[in-house]
Design a binder for this molecule. Structure first.
Ligand code: PMV
Length: 341
């Protein structure tokens, strides 16, 4: 075992020989929200956000975050979300500042970061993955690095694990990798075009969750007796999901995504003390999906670290989904225009 690899080492390795000075006034970057079908849950390295298992997601077209970065005129970092300046003691402010610490160069630059999101707060979608992916793209533009998508993905991962998937569009795989420096842990797009594929958001609550995914996964890894099974289950699910995507097999893909999500939640529920992100309405929505399937409908769900459901179904089921769940916000993540980076 050599010395521990830090985020700073990784950044140095990627930016070697590249500019430490801004090449333009302002850098602008955009990136979409992604929803995992095969979940990332648990890290093998908390500093570098290296996962214990590979994962697979789809990005939601139109649900983008835009970041603008410039050198601050005030000599200190400023983070402005939708025109609201974040107070310095806010956790989100500190998370961004810690990330910016990696890019200040010898001059110790301070930045002004402005973020605008097309993700309505009422959509119940966490947008931190999109935010860090957009921030990396904005820094790349500001400094004129011209990094490859793979390098952008590795840098985005240092901000938030799942952000490495938001560098790409459509169906995206994040390979866990084995290296200690994480240079083999990045996402890649699958370029799957499947126009009939739909994802629908069933909103249960938009209240901020009590336990974020970062402490949630650490707690699960440390205390859940079921966690040890998870990485192998997820790797196997992923291989099967790739085959289902290749074969455009909605039944197989939806069934695998649903049981993968339930398996992840089972590891959390078994943590000590338990971690339960569901509300009573989450469970009744799950039961409605199962009742639809009993009637032969090809509708499935996935659930992240929160109470809301994301339904997975082919376009033919869109009408019946609306009949059962009312107006769901619906996406077609795998059309040609939505899935090619
Ligand atoms: O990247 P994080 O720390 O926001 O964790 C994401 C965790 C899940 O959303 C539950 C699963 C995933 O793969 O996106």
């Amino acid at each position: 075992m050599g010395p521990r690899v830090t985020r700073r080492h990784v950044v140095q390795q990627i930016l070697r020989g590249r500019s430490k000075e801004p090449v333009r006034e302002q850098g602008i970057g955009r990136a979409p929200v992604n929803i995992a079908l095969c979940k990332y849950w648990g890290k093998r390295d908390a500093e570098l956000n290296l996962p214990r298992n590979s994962s697979l997601s789809v990005t939601l077209p139109g649900m983008e975050v835009e970041m603008r970065v410039e050198v601050s005129g005030e000599g200190r970092d400023e983070v402005v979300l939708e025109d609201n300046r974040l107070p310095q003691d806010e956790a989100a402010f500190q998370r961004v500042v810690e990330y910016l610490d990696l890019f200040r160069g010898a001059k110790g630059l301070r930045f002004r970061v402005e973020s605008r999101s097309a993700v309505p707060p009422a959509a119940g979608l966490a947008s931190s993955a999109a935010a860090f992916a957009a921030l990396v793209r904005a820094l790349d533009a500001l400094f004129g690095w011209e990094l490859t998508p793979r390098e952008l993905s590795i840098l985005a991962r240092l901000g938030s694990g799942s952000a490495c998937r938001s560098i790409f569009q459509g169906a995206v795989v994040w390979q866990a990798g084995r290296r200690r420096d994480g240079m083999d842990s990045f996402a890649r797009p699958l370029n799957i075009v499947w126009p009939e594929f739909r994802m629908g958001l069933v909103l249960i609550s938009t209240a901020e969750k009590a336990v974020g995914s970062r402490p949630g996964m650490n707690h699960t890894v440390e205390t859940s007796p079921l966690y040890s099974r998870w990485p192998a289950v997820a790797e196997q699910d992923l291989q099967r999901m790739l085959a289902a995507l290749e074969g455009r097999d909605m039944g197989a893909l939806g069934g695998l995504a649903e049981s993968n999500a339930l398996c992840m939640h089972a590891t959390m529920i078994a943590a000590r003390p338990p971690l339960l992100y569901w509300e009573p309405k989450t469970v009744s929505a799950m039961k409605r999906v199962w009742a639809m399937r009993q009637e032969g409908r090809r509708v499935y769900f996935t659930i992240d670290a929160g109470p809301n459901l994301k339904l997975i179904y082919p376009v033919e089921e869109a009408r019946v989904v609306r009949e059962v769940f009312g107006e769901v916000r619906e996406f077609a993540p795998l059309t040609e225009s939505a899935s090619c980076s």
